[in-house]
Design a binder for this molecule. Structure first.
Ligand SMILES: [Zn+2]
Ligand SMILES: [Zn+2]
Length: 241
């Protein structure tokens, strides 16, 4: 059985940004988590399945403040959210974070997924017995809120469509953009409970003209501004006619 520390895979994108993922989770549920080391606080974006202890795997210096931001309440992004004390997410999903009902997290899809895990989880949890720990928000976010970690700050963009409270975080100074599941490299999802295609089209129009340098999505690898435009345009084209 894998230990907690080698459950996660990590890639240091830079000396201040690490991408974290769970290679032994079925690809549908294998989401990205990001750890940004800030001057005054660290920022952790998204929290995987919660079947291993994420916080200790991140090796954050003890005593350093940590801002935990969930891009939305889906099962593959909130499992370890409860491990963090300061929890931020969009107000539209505040009630869902507090109770983590299947209707919002879609955890039942994971329980029913054949070969949901390719190896046993460090906690011994099985997909059939899977549960998400409630993680009430300590602050509900809205469009234009600022998340400040000292040497970088991120503007909250409300990007509904994939889910009602989907958000992105944009550093307007550098163009670094964390987009959650609003947009990423790979098949986008707009046909699950809670999805809203009309709202998603508005979000895609907005994203297509967003001034970014690099996009870190909720799934897949990072990409640039041109690819952001292409993905948004191909989504919009697929909804025409
Ligand atoms: Zn999602
Ligand atoms: Zn996802």
């Amino acid at each position: 059985m894998l230990s907690n520390t080698n459950w996660f895979s990590t890639h240091a994108i830079s000396d201040r940004l690490t991408r974290v993922w769970e290679p032994h989770v079925h690809s549908f549920f294998r989401a990205n988590m990001f750890h940004v080391v800030g001057r005054d606080a660290d920022l952790v974006i998204d929290f995987g399945m919660g079947i291993a202890d994420l916080r200790s795997a991140l090796r954050i210096p003890s005593g350093k403040p940590v801002l935990a931001v969930a891009t939305h309440v889906h099962v593959d992004h909130v499992g370890s959210f409860h491990e963090f004390e300061t929890r931020l997410g969009h107000a539209a999903e505040a009630e869902a974070f507090a109770r983590m009902p299947d209707a919002d997290t879609l955890a039942d899809y994971f329980r029913k997924q054949p070969e949901a895990l390719t190896t046993a989880a460090p906690t011994g949890i099985t997909p059939e017995a899977y549960k998400i720990s409630p993680a009430p928000l300590t602050k509900a976010l809205a469009e234009n809120d600022i998340i400040d970690i000292g040497d970088a700050s991120y503007t909250v963009l409300h990007l509904p469509g994939h889910s009602p409270g989907s958000i992105g975080l944009l550093d307007q100074r550098t163009g670094e953009f964390f987009s959650g599941d609003a947009i990423y490299e790979g098949g986008l999802v707009d046909d699950l409970p809670g999805c809203d295609i009309e709202a998603y089209k508005i979000t895609m129009n907005r994203l297509s003209v967003l001034d970014v340098d690099v996009v870190h999505g909720g799934h897949g690898l990072m990409f640039g501004r041109d690819r952001l435009w292409e993905i948004a345009m191909s989504y919009l084209a697929s909804k025409e006619g």
